[in-house]
Design a protein around this ligand. Structure first.
Ligand code: SF4
Length: 231
């Protein structure tokens, strides 16, 4: 199975009735600023360089961000904050993420999420996470060069450790989530040492507008990722 094959399966997935209904309902009733636009309203595949050494793991698409534009972290302020950080650290050719055809090219970074459909209030149900995790597992196996995982937000961070435990790749405790913390893990996954995990606050507007996460703070995470990945 190629990454394209996996992505095609993801895009046509309808396993979670609540999320299928929500992603389509949001598209039918957009806010004024997006009225007249055609929403993607389907699950989102990962995006970026399949030879990447750095994997960015988010929670789920935003209702009017990825669910509208059809690309992870695209079309909202989270996407712009992330794109700026990736650009400043040399992982992206531009510092904005606007639409699928905006010309953004990622080098040595692949962006994905725990859940592929936008959930109401950004909160997927436990069963929805379970339904979607096999896609991340397959993706992780295919992205053979990944040596660093940047987890955006506590949910992505803890889910990554839970997944590694479930795969018998890691038998330690889930470490404390702390912005900028770096965790070098003992264990192996897919015949290789486990990737180093860097925790970052999620670049949501809620975090950036309150100053909990500044551009400088997230820039530093990606500079760290670059150094640890040996780039
Ligand atoms: S969240 Fe994942 S498992 Fe559920 S419908 Fe979307 S793609 Fe399928």
């Amino acid at each position: 199975m190629s990454i394209e094959g996996l992505n095609n399966r993801i895009i046509s997935c309808k396993l979670c009735p609540r999320l299928v209904k929500y992603r389509e309902a949001v598209a039918q009733n957009p806010p004024k600023r997006y009225r007249g636009q055609t929403y993607w309203a389907k699950p989102l595949p990962g995006f970026g360089d399949v030879g990447a050494r750095v994997l960015v793991l988010g929670l789920a698409p935003a209702a009017h961000g990825g669910n509208r534009t059809g690309r992870m972290f695209t079309g909202d302020s989270s996407g712009d904050t992330l794109a700026k950080a990736l650009h400043r650290a040399g992982f992206a050719n531009m510092d904005r993420s606007v639409s699928r055809d905006d010309g953004l090219v990622l080098k040595d970074v692949y962006i994905t999420a725990v859940v592929r459909c936008a959930p109401p209030d950004n909160k997927p149900a436990k069963q929805e996470v379970e339904n979607c995790l096999p896609y991340l597992t397959e993706e992780l196996k295919m992205l053979e060069n990944v040596v660093v995982v940047v987890a955006l937000g506590r949910f992505a961070f803890e889910t990554f450790f839970r997944l590694m435990r479930r795969m018998n790749a890691y038998d330690g405790r889930i470490p404390r989530f702390r912005h900028g913390a770096v965790y070098r893990l003992n264990g192996s996954f897919n015949g290789k040492p486990l990737p180093t995990v860097i925790a970052s606050y999620h670049p949501s507007r809620q975090n950036t507008s309150t100053g909990r996460l500044t551009q400088r703070m997230i820039d530093s995470v990606f500079h760290k990722a670059r150094a640890i990945a040996g780039l």
